[in-house]
Design a binder for this molecule. Structure first.
Ligand code: FMN
Ligand code: SF4
Length: 370
C-alpha cells in the first residue's frame, strides 16, 4: 500500500530513496542525545534529514561550521546519518534579530519583568528597523557568507544545503519589514535581491550542489506571517530564485509573530487540517518545474500518497510526526500502519519542550518512561 511513498525521486539533483524528509527541526538537546535522536530518525527509513538552523556566520547561535569543534560536530552528525542509509541537508540560517537591540531587554528578562512570551513581540518590533537600516555592504557580505558556509557544509559531509528563506532572507523579502530605498528595497525584484545573492554565492562556488530553498509564504485575508513572500509576489520570487540556482522548493507558511501558526496545533483556527500549507505548494507548482516538498500537518499515509499521486508535491517533509515516531516510514512501507504513534499535534512536549528550554521531546516518550 501507498507504494508511491516508497518510490525513489530525483529531488533537485539528489536521488532520494523515498518521498519522506525530516523537516528542519532545532532539537535543543545535549549533543549526544541529539545524535541518538537523529540516528533513530535516519534508521526509521526517511530518505533525508534536514539539520535545522546551521549558522552561516562565524558567531551565530549553535555550533559554527567555521570552528574546529563545530565542524567536527557536523562531520560526526553527517557520518552517523549516512551510516543509517539516509542523506543529510544543512539548513543555512541567518537570524534577523538585532543582537545589540536585544541587549536592552536582558535586565528585564533576568529580573522576570519580561517573560519569554513577551520578549518575542518586542524582538519582532526590532526586525524592520534592523533590516531597513543595515548598510548595503553588510547585507552583501552576509549574503556572501551563505556561499562560504555551503562550502564548509559540503566538506563536513552534507549532501545538500537548504537556504532558510525565512529569518533574514524572509525579512528582506517582505514589504512589512523592508522599508529600504536602495537596491535591496522597494519593488519585489529588489526585495528578492538578498535571497538571490545568497543562492548565487553558493552556486558560484559549488556548481553541482543541490540547493533547496525554504520558501516561506505569507498571506493576507486573513493575515498570517510577516516575513517571507506574500502570495501575490510568488510569480516574481520563484523564477528569480530558480535562475539564481535553486534546485527545489520546500514550501511553508512564513514565520514571525507566532510559532503556533507555522507549527500549528490540532485546534488552530485556520491551519488545523492535514497538509495545511499545501495551497502554497499549488501556487509554487504553477510557477516552476522544479521539485516541490510540502510540509505542515502531514502525517496520514493515505492523504500524503494521494497528494503525491495528484502531483501537488514530490516529497513530504515532517517534523512532529517523526519526533512522535521516527519509524513512521518503515512502518508504513511494511504495512504496519496500525503500529504508528500518531502525532496528535498537541505541541506539548516538542514545541513546549523547546520553549521551556528542556529540549524537544514527545508526550509518547514520557508515557513510555512512567
Ligand atoms: C520543535 C521544532 C523545532 C523546529 N525548528 C525549525 C528550524 O530549526 N528551522 C525551520 O526552518 N523550521 C523549524 N521547525 C518547523 C518545522 O520544520 C515544520 O515546518 C513545522 O513543524 C510544521 O511541520 P509538522 O506539522 O510536520 O511539524 C521546527 C518545528 C518544531 C516542532
Ligand atoms: S508532543 Fe504532541 S505535537 Fe509534539 S510530537 Fe508528540 S504528539 Fe506530536
Amino acid at each position: 500500500m501507498y507504494d508511491i511513498l516508497n518510490t525513489p525521486v530525483n529531488y533537485g539533483g539528489l536521488e532520494l530513496k523515498n518521498r519522506v524528509i525530516f523537516a528542519p527541526t532545532t532539537l535543543g538537546l545535549p549533543q549526544e542525545e541529539q545524535l541518538e535522536r537523529l540516528r533513530a530518525i535516519a534508521r526509521g527509513g526517511c530518505a533525508m534529514i534536514i539539520i535545522g538552523d546551521v549558522p552561516v556566520g562565524k558567531h551565530g547561535f549553535g555550533p559554527s561550521l567555521y570552528s574546529k569543534k563545530g565542524f567536527a560536530w557536523y562531520a560526526r552528525l553527517t557520518s552517523a546519518i549516512h551510516q543509517e542509509g539516509c542523506l543529510v541537508c544543512a539548513q543555512l540560517h541567518q537570524s534577523d534579530s538585532n543582537v545589540k537591540a536585544m541587549l536592552k531587554y536582558v535586565p528585564g528578562v533576568l529580573t522576570k519583568r519580561i517573560s519569554m512570551q513577551e520578549l518575542r513581540p518586542l524582538l519582532n518590533q526590532e526586525v524592520g528597523p534592523y533590516i531597513t537600516r543595515m548598510p548595503a555592504q553588510k547585507a552583501a557580505a552576509i549574503a556572501e557568507s551563505f556561499g562560504e558556509a555551503a562550502v564548509l557544509a559540503q566538506k563536513a559531509g552534507f549532501d545538500m544545503v537548504q537556504v532558510h528563506g525565512d529569518r533574514m532572507c524572509g525579512s528582506f523579502s517582505s514589504a512589512i519589514y523592508n522599508f529600504r530605498t536602495d537596491c535591496y528595497g522597494g519593488a519585489p525584484e529588489n526585495r528578492a535581491r538578498f535571497a538571490v545573492e545568497a543562492v548565487r554565492a553558493i552556486r558560484r562556488r559549488l556548481p553541482d550542489l543541490p540547493i533547496d530553498y525554504k520558501l516561506a509564504v505569507r498571506q493576507e485575508e486573513p493575515h498570517y506571517g510577516n516575513a517571507g513572500v506574500v502570495e501575490a509576489e510568488l510569480p516574481v520570487f520563484v523564477p528569480l530564485l530558480e535562475q539564481a540556482g535553486v534546485t527545489s522548493f520546500h514550501v511553508t507558511l512564513a514565520n514571525h509573530g507566532s510559532l503556533t501558526d507555522t507549527i500549528p496545533p490540532a485546534n488552530h483556527p485556520y491551519f488545523r487540517g492535514q497538509g495545511c500549507f499545501l495551497k502554497y505548494c499549488d501556487q509554487v507548482r504553477a510557477l516552476t518545474k522544479l521539485p516541490v516538498c510540502g510540509v505542515g500537518g502531514l502525517s496520514d499515509p493515505a492523504f500524503i500518497a494521494d497528494q503525491i499521486t495528484a502531483g501537488r508535491i514530490d516529497c513530504a517533509a515532517m517534523s512532529r510526526q517523526l519526533i512522535a515516531d521516527p519509524a513512521w516510514p518503515e512502518k508504513v512501507f511494511s504495512g504496519r500502519e496500525q503500529d504508528i504513534h500518531r502525532c496528535v499535534r498537541c505541541n506539548k512536549a516538542c514545541l513546549g519542550g523547546m520553549m521551556a528550554h528542556q529540549g524537544v521531546h514527545c508526550i509518547y516518550e514520557r508515557k513510555a518512561s512512567v
